[in-house]
Ligand binder design. Structure first.
Ligand SMILES: [Zn+2]
Length: 193
């Protein structure tokens, strides 16, 4: 394979954010961008696979897609399975490692940037941390029965029963619309009522 187009001239580099599907490094030549994998990782994970030219072409297209920053996590799983089916086991495993790491990082970032945090406690209650807004506290007390809420003084947060979750959501929407939250099911945004 010969490279005749330079990195800057390659149409793909100008349009897409492509990083090595295996290690995440920026790709610097047209062939790497096209395949979605850098020269060293190509050597380590791809070149020794015994595959037909047709299968290799299909694998290259899949790896390129995996290398796109915009590719979703669920699509990554499909790509991994397709690569394994074609016999590209090593590269599929390496891509999965990279994706798991990326997903963990994104989760940690979402958790960090959240202003509303909801956590499931062991006794079935949900803990709720928000910035301090007196009106929110008043509305929360009005919306949720005293039997369904308790103030955790030590951790400075409200704790409510699951039955009161709907009421909590109503009050959060009234006071924190547009805020980012993080809960047991991951990141969310408080939508306007
Ligand atoms: Zn790489």
């Amino acid at each position: 394979m010969t490279t005749t187009i330079s990195y800057l001239d390659a149409p793909a580099t100008a349009l897409l954010d492509v990083r090595c599907a295996c290690c995440g490094k920026a790709l610097l030549d047209a062939v790497s961008v096209e395949v979605g994998i850098g020269p060293i990782c190509r050597l380590n994970y791809l070149d020794d696979v015994d595959a037909s030219d047709v299968d290799r072409k299909v694998a290259n297209v899949l790896i390129h897609e995996a290398a796109l920053v915009a590719t979703t996590a669920s699509r990554q799983v499909e790509i991994g399975a397709a690569l394994v089916a074609l016999g590209f086991v090593k590269v599929a495993a390496r891509i999965e490692v990279r994706w798991t790491k990326r997903a963990e990082k994104e989760l940690a970032a979402a958790q960090k940037s959240a202003t509303i945090r909801i956590e499931a406690l062991e006794d079935g209650f949900l803990s709720v941390e928000t910035p301090y807004v007196p009106e929110f506290v008043n509305d929360l007390k009005a919306e949720i029965n005293s039997a369904d809420r308790r103030w955790n003084k030590a951790d400075k947060r409200w704790e409510i029963t699951r039955d009161a979750a709907r009421g909590l959501w109503t009050v959060l929407r009234a006071h924190f619309a547009g805020s980012k939250g993080f809960g047991p099911k991951g990141a969310f945004e408080i939508t306007a009522a």
